[in-house]
Design a protein around this ligand. Structure first.
Ligand code: TXA
Ligand code: MG
Length: 330
């Protein structure tokens, strides 16, 4: 159900959940100071309650309402990238709801770079907690239609068009001593962060978390570590090269199975439905979830996905694809 900006603001003030556009993905928003409203996010998403949420604020001046400290390194990052696709994890003030923090001593903050989201924050005079507006472990939505397809037609959605970044924000935690760690790669790269901070990240557990072979052994606090995070419903096979993808498609077709393929750039195509993305990381990120939603809707037996090169500019796209195809790489 599509609603207006005014209605979205009124519903949020009334303690209801509303799906909202951001430049990364659509979020399922609720008043970040209202525990009953926050609980509705978890029940709607069927998400475990110990998963912390990102609080979306209107501008940098609101950080001090949530964070007990705002280390100089974090100030630099906020000035460089907000509004934008960067989430900062900072020590939380004591009064911040345990529901929004998922029991953590820290709080995740982001100023979204979307005119409709920013207008909603100003109009409602609220800060809103918003995880991606999808069922837990399913694909994130990048259009209002994706939200409705995933959460049902009755979910109130503020339609702000298709998301321009297309994958979730980069998450960086900054400790009191100014050391930083990348917790989730995004289109703001590790190199972009290191350049602004002036030093590399502290070697971390999060590098361990990035290695999907270790993913299932971690506690549920590190982002995206769940084996089936960001997954389409159709089983996904990942391929490092086109030749292997073509070979598997032939084997599937010859044994009476149906498949569809997501391809990066030009080249030979398999004899099945395909979606072709470009060879530019930002363009692929923007279209990635849309293409996966579209291929998933075909309800074929297997989705075949060509992986981009394993280089830093593709880190975020590779992260999302390897999580979607957990344990199924060929
Ligand atoms: O782009 C985005 O970040 C989108 C849009 C809606 O802003 N939001 C999003 O939220 O991706 P979600 O809940 O799907 O992912 C947020 C991640 C979770 O994996 C959560 O574990 C992590 O952020 N997170 C939140 N607070 C944290 C904290 N205090 N410490 C560590 N991780 C935290
Ligand atoms: Mg999510």
């Amino acid at each position: 159900m599509r609603i207006s900006l005014q209605e979205a603001a009124a519903r949020l003030q009334n303690g209801e959940v509303v799906a909202i556009p951001t430049e990364t993905v659509y979020g399922l928003a609720a008043d970040a100071t209202n525990d009953i409203a926050l609980q509705k996010i978890f029940t709607t998403k069927q998400r475990p309650a110990d998963h912390p949420l990102i609080v979306h604020i209107a501008d940098i001046s609101q950080v001090n309402e949530w964070a007990a400290e705002f280390p100089e390194v974090a100030v630099k990052l906020a000035r460089a990238f907000w509004p934008g696709a960067l989430t900062l994890i900072l020590p939380a003030k004591n009064h911040v709801s345990r529901v929004v923090r998922g029991g953590e001593p820290t709080i995740a903050l982001r100023v979204p770079n979307h005119p409709v989201a920013l207008e909603l924050l100003r109009l409602s005079k609220l800060s809103v907690a918003a995880p991606s507006a999808n069922l837990f472990t399913q694909l994130s939505p990048t259009t209002a239609a994706h939200v409705e397809a995933g959460l049902g037609a009755s979910i109130p959605v503020l339609d702000g068009g298709a998301c321009q970044v297309g994958i979730e924000s980069t998450i960086v935690s900054v400790a009191t001593d100014g050391e930083w760690q990348l917790l989730r790669p995004g289109m703001i790269s590790e190199a972009d962060i290191a350049k602004v901070v002036g030093k590399p990240q502290r070697k971390t557990v999060s590098e361990y978390a990035m290695n999907k072979a270790n993913a299932k052994t971690l506690t549920p606090k590190a982002p995206g570590q769940h084996a089936l995070h960001y997954s389409p419903r159709t089983p996904l096979l990942l391929f490092k090269d086109r030749a292997a993808l073509l070979e598997t498609s032939e084997q599937l077709i010859n044994t009476g199975k149906t498949c569809a393929a997501l391809l990066m750039g030009d080249g030979n195509k398999p004899r099945c439905h395909t979606a072709q993305l470009s060879n530019q990381p930002a363009e692929v990120a923007e279209k990635l979830y849309g293409a996966l939603h579209q291929l998933d809707a075909l309800k074929v037996d297997r989705l075949l996905v060509e992986l981009p090169p394993d280089s830093p500019s593709w880190a975020a796209v590779l992260d999302r694809l390897s999580r979607a195809g957990f344990n199924k790489e060929i």
